[in-house]
Design a protein around this ligand. Structure first.
Ligand code: ADP
Length: 198
């Protein structure tokens, strides 16, 4: 059976969306398209794109919409994303929602579901501080974390209302064990007729 699930996972920094995104994508046999991971891989690889985004990311700012949109369109145009994908980290503001809508509509596609991992701010801040100590990500400084959380609240959280109007948002309680949260997500997706294939 071929999977056809076009998914987006949204949640504050520290919500565990990266971890859950990978598990969900695996279960549905679709690739994860994580803009943060793409940018970090380019920084590590010393590419032109990497050089363009290093400072921006370290400050906790958003990479310009046009550049980010181009990266996502390229990635979604690859063969493995033809029948489905899980977006993590894109779209992150209203303009990006518009760009993605246009791109998908031109292919006769649309998102099937938006997984919103709901985690209280205090819990999310506590988790990022642990991650900062464990992984030493260069944008996990106090200033950059505060900036990213502000951007999340002011620009990213509002996109949930836009998708909510389309009736495609599944709000998932993001507090619990990894397995519990994963089960909540797949239950919500199954209820939409999106059944895991793997
Ligand atoms: P987090 O959710 O913890 O902030 P991400 O890996 O999703 O981590 O993103 C890290 C950084 O990558 C962001 O702070 C931003 O600089 C850049 N980035 C990722 N996705 C986008 C996007 N959709 N638009 C603009 N910048 C982005």
């Amino acid at each position: 059976m071929t999977a056809s699930a076009r998914l987006l996972i949204v949640g504050p920094q520290g919500s565990g969306k990266g971890t859950q995104g990978v598990r969900v994508a695996e279960a549905y046999g679709i690739p994860v398209v994580s803009t943060g991971d793409i940018f970090r891989a380019n920084i590590k690889g010393g590419t032109d794109l990497g050089r363009q985004v290093t400072e921006i990311m370290d400050r906790g700012d958003l990479v310009p919409d046009e550049l980010t949109g181009e990266i996502v369109r390229d990635r979604l145009s690859q063969d493995d994303a033809a029948d489905g994908f899980l977006l993590d980290g894109y779209p992150r503001n209203a303009a990006q929602v518009g760009h993605l809508d246009e791109f998908l509509a031109a292919r006769g596609e649309a998102l099937d579901a938006v997984i919103f991992l709901d985690v209280p701010r205090a819990e999310s801040i506590a988790r990022i501080s642990v991650r900062a100590q464990e992984q030493g990500r260069s944008d996990d400084t106090e200033e950059a974390i505060a900036k990213r959380l502000d951007i999340y609240e002011n620009e990213t959280a509002p996109i949930l209302a836009v998708y909510g109007e389309r009736g495609i948002v599944d709000t998932i309680d993001g507090v619990g064990s990894l397995d519990e949260i994963f089960t909540r997500i797949t239950a919500a997706l199954s209820a939409r007729g999106l059944v895991a294939t793997v």
